[in-house]
Design a binder for this molecule. Structure first.
Ligand SMILES: C[S@@+](CC[C@H](N)C(=O)[O-])C[C@H]1O[C@@H](n2cnc3c(N)ncnc32)[C@H](O)[C@@H]1O
Length: 421
């Protein structure tokens, strides 16, 4: 039997769901804002609360706005687009507070969130599916494998959106029946770069159509990856990124920060936190997003576990001028974190790991005498764990800056600055 609750929403949780209460038990209702009075259908009762689906808004909150995108509510990308700017900003700060309070860390260090504007996302991963009679190109629905056919997107750069109609046409003719593909589009410094992941071998006709598409749309390069093998279909211009004035080659779908604004904010916070110190280790350095700006005033050791970005960083270094000494080291920091003894050679350590965080490296840092640590994170949960380790090791969390590169989603980056007193 369908159970329906009437709930007043009073807060937003870590995943952006509205939270109210029923007889003292938390009730989670996705798609709602603080101040909404809603009717919600119970889908699951768990230990931590009642999970529901929104049935109707009885009285809307004053914090709601009309979302601009026609795919809102279906597309899983921008679930919080209906929140007013102030409410969304407040929630980003609350998200950072939840991270710290969950780990018993002080909250008075949180700075104002830095939010990337609409139309600024410079890398997207779309999915394509060849259906009988039509091709679907878009994003997943929220918490579902179903695809939403996307014809507009308010967060993505115009240069990427501009190629989608022609991309749709070429994929419709290239992809075989029922085949799927993941399409990674990155706006590089030399134009849109495309990597297609698909378990489909390209024949000559498909290859020619992709080349025609690249020429017509001025695509920089297209690679096709079939079961791990990367096939360069056409390279019209070598994709490159300019990181703090240094040009580095960009491998297909290589990691770059999601927006230019976000990258600039992260670099600003990292560089400011390192001011006044001489020797810096940049761990999980990738292509050198932080190593290059830091190398203007510091000696830098850049450490990375993947060979491709490290080689790109080295090529960038070879051509860069005006940088101080930079050493690039290939190392798996999960299996072989830098030890407290090795870290004695540095005044500051910057670390920016993948979503899993850097448990092993944080444990070594906690034992070290490094004066300052800057933790850059794309996952508040692993950040909280690693921050707790550092604080238990005697570090003080001095500042935490929320940086939002995924507008209207619950995805949030954090920059934490820790000092050893
Ligand atoms: C979030 S990215 C950050 C990259 C860079 N700091 C930036 O801002 O562009 C995380 C980086 O960690 C690297 N990485 C992943 N696993 C690693 C490991 N076990 N050891 C060292 N680096 C690793 C990835 O290749 C990637 O470059």
């Amino acid at each position: 039997m369908t159970e329906i609750l009437e709930v007043k929403i009073t807060a937003l949780g870590a995943q952006g769901d509205g939270i109210g209460a029923h007889d003292g038990t938390p009730v989670f209702v996705p798609g709602t804002a603080p101040g909404d009075l809603v009717r919600a259908v119970i889908s699951e009762k768990r230990r931590n609360g009642i999970y529901t689906q929104l049935e109707a808004i009885v009285e809307p909150s004053a914090d709601r706005i009309e979302p601009g995108c026609k795919h809102f509510n279906k597309c899983g990308g921008c679930q919080l687009q209906f929140l007013s700017g102030d409410t969304y900003r407040r929630w980003l700060k609350e998200r950072a507070e939840m991270t710290l309070s969950h780990r018993g860390l002080p909250l008075d260090v949180i700075a104002e969130p830095i939010i990337s504007p609409p139309k600024s996302r410079r890398r997207v991963a779309l999915k394509a599916l060849q259906m009988p009679g039509r091709l679907i190109l878009g994003f997943n629905e929220r918490q579902s494998h179903k695809l939403v056919d996307v014809t507009e997107c308010p967060v993505t750069r115009e240069e990427i959106l501009a190629v989608l109609p022609a991309l749709r046409t070429v994929l419709k003719s290239v992809l075989k029946k029922r085949m799927t593909a993941d399409i990674h589009l990155t706006l590089s410094g030399t134009g849109v770069d495309m990597l297609v992941d698909s378990a489909m071998e390209l024949d000559l006709a498909a290859r020619e159509q992709l080349v025609d598409f690249a020429n017509a749309e001025d695509i920089a390069a297209i690679h096709w990856r079939d079961q791990g093998f990367v096939d360069p279909v056409i390279i019209r211009r070598e994709p490159v990124m300019t990181l703090s004035g240094v040009r580095v080659p960009l491998a297909p779908a290589a990691f770059i920060q999601a927006t230019e604004d976000g990258e600039a904010a992260l670099v600003r916070e990292v560089v400011t936190a390192c001011e006044g110190y001489a020797r810096v280790a940049d761990l999980f350095c990738g292509l050198g997003t932080f190593s290059f700006p830091l190398a203007k005033n510091h000696q830098v050791l850049a450490v990375e576990g993947a060979k491709q970005p490290l080689e790109a960083l080295k090529l960038g270094l070879n051509q860069a001028t005006g940088l101080r000494q930079v050493l690039a080291q290939h190392r798996d920091l999960y299996r072989r974190p830098m030890t407290a003894d090795e870290l004695a050679a540095f005044d500051v350590v910057v670390f920016d790991p993948p979503r899993a965080g850097a448990k092993e490296q944080a444990a070594e840092l906690a034992k070290s005498q490094v004066k300052r640590i800057v933790a850059v994170s794309c996952n508040p949960n692993s950040f909280g764990r690693d921050a707790r380790t550092l604080v238990d090791g005697g570090y003080i969390l001095e500042k935490l800056v929320p940086v939002d590169q995924f507008l209207w989603s619950p995805h949030l980056e954090l920059v934490g600055v820790f000092t050893r007193p």
